[in-house]
Design a protein around this ligand. Structure first.
Ligand code: DX5
Ligand code: ZN
Length: 229
């Protein structure tokens, strides 16, 4: 039997909600608090309305942490830049299915460059569109908000979408991680893990909390408890 999920669910705090003038401090806090992954939101002002950061910032962060950097590319023509993010130090790179007509090739090139390749689906894109790519990616990122900004409200029907994707993964016996991003908090973390999510992204729930390290521990506890049979 193929292991379809990691042993413990992973928390990926999103540095979009951190103080951009103190990214080094944010990375040190995430590492000492025991976060498993650092989520990095790359926005170009075209695929989404907002603009954030690019390869030089990823390269700078790479020097300050050993944690995997998970670059979520919310950009048009992601195939033009995906490899540059791997070269800058990204260990995970995800590409929106809606942004790339040749996503099979892009995923293949990310994997060949040595990073984990992910497909991102906006709230309106069905998981059934992924089955012809099964085996060609390492993770799926389900957006639980419309991408572009931190601090938005969680869209509850993503729970059903995660369950459907988990069922497809089992039916096809294809190992990959299911990641969920947007409005994640203690209100939904447990339910998301029960629905099949393996990795939760959390921006405001971590960085806007009075005690960010404490918030990480609480989320991890909720996620790990939900995974127990
Ligand atoms: C939104 C980004 C998210 C964002 C999540 O477009 O992809 O990663 O940082 O932030 P919260 O957890 O505050 O919704
Ligand atoms: Zn993101």
């Amino acid at each position: 039997m193929v292991a379809l999920r990691p042993d413990i669910p992973l928390l990926a705090p999103s540095i979009l909600s951190a103080d951009f003038a103190k990214l080094g401090d944010a990375l040190a806090m995430l590492e000492s608090a025991g976060a498993e992954v650092v989520h990095v939101d790359v926005m170009d002002g075209r695929f989404v309305p907002n603009i954030t950061l690019g390869m030089p910032v990823v390269a700078a962060m790479r020097k300050y942490t050993k944690l995997p950097l998970d670059c979520h590319l919310m950009i048009v023509e992601p195939s033009r830049y995906a490899l540059e993010f791997v070269e800058a130090g990204a260990s995970w790179v995800s590409v929106h299915q809606e942004a790339d007509p040749h996503i099979h090739r892009t995923l293949d090139s990310i994997r060949k460059a040595g990073a984990k390749a992910g497909v991102v689906l906006n709230p309106g894109t069905p998981v059934e569109t992924l089955t012809d790519l099964f085996g060609d990616f390492d993770f799926v990122l389900l957006m639980s908000v419309n991408p572009g900004f931190g601090g938005q409200s969680f869209i509850p029907r993503i729970l059903d979408k995660a369950r459907r994707l988990d069922a497809l993964r089992t039916e096809h016996q294809t190992p990959f991680l299911i990641q969920v991003d947007g409005g994640v908090s203690l209100m939904n973390a447990s339910e998301l893990v029960k629905a099949g999510a393996d990795c939760l992204v959390a921006g405001n729930a971590v960085f806007k909390a009075p005690d960010p390290a404490g918030a990480i521990h609480e989320l991890q506890l909720a996620m790990r408890t939900a995974r127990k049979p």
